[in-house]
Design a protein around this ligand. Structure first.
Ligand code: SF4
Length: 213
């Protein structure tokens, strides 16, 4: 029998309605890939959860780009008014972990199997940290991008949740005009919007596309 297609945005909406009804505000560890994506997600989740952010992105290269994206996130967190304050946890830069995850997959196009390993690495770290620090849920901002496969992200999130014993929060943040909001907020806050996903391979791919044009 064919499996029903899940609507992750609707699942999140349902959970938020239940939390509001019960007057509960669980602790959420939100993995953040960059400031523009966070700008479309933060206001929504801060209404229903006590949120902490984690910047764990060893996929980003070169190092200057990593530092630039992190700085921009710190600026956003400092400037954006939210319903409840958020703490930003900085993970150490661990480029070797990404190199290992991407080994043999360097030539894959964006959206291919290298990206699944990249999601697994970042969500695994977040789930483990969420468990260690006593969070109720974890998830990532990544699903706000129209280029990211929300189904793959949610499946990997659930797999990591089972592995580390912490609940994955279903999400498809691009829905409910989430992506549109991130573009609008990025403009309002004058955020740096990078023109490639993150790894040096995606930067190369983008460069090749540009020169073909
Ligand atoms: S293209 Fe993006 S998601 Fe895919 S491996 Fe590179 S940084 Fe990770």
């Amino acid at each position: 029998m064919a499996q029903a297609v899940r609507n992750y945005a609707k699942e999140l909406e349902g959970l938020e309605a239940t939390l509001a009804q019960k007057g509960e505000r669980p602790k959420l560890l939100l993995h953040v890939c960059c400031a523009p994506c966070a700008s479309g997600v933060l206001e929504g989740v801060a209404r229903f959860f006590q949120v902490a952010l984690v910047f764990y992105n060893p996929n980003i290269g070169p190092r200057e780009e990593y530092d630039r994206r992190l700085l921009e996130l710190k600026r956003l967190v400092g400037e954006m008014p939210l319903e409840s304050p958020v703490e930003l946890l900085e993970a150490p830069y661990d480029g070797g972990a990404f190199e290992e995850a991407a080994r043999g997959l360097e030539g894959e196009p964006e959206g291919g199997s290298r990206c699944l390993g990249c999601f697994r690495l970042r969500l695994g770290y977040t789930a483990k940290l969420a468990k260690e620090r006593g969070f109720d849920y974890f998830t990532t901002t990544l699903s706000i991008s129209p280029l990211k496969n929300a189904r793959a992200l949610n499946q990997i999130g659930e797999e990591m949740g089972r592995r580390y014993g912490v609940k994955h929060l279903p999400s498809d943040f691009k829905k409910r005009d989430g992506y549109k909001l991130s573009v609008q907020r990025s403009r309002e806050y004058g955020l740096y919007r990078q023109d490639y996903c993150g790894c040096v391979y995606s930067k190369r791919e983008r460069g090749a596309g540009e020169s073909e044009k």
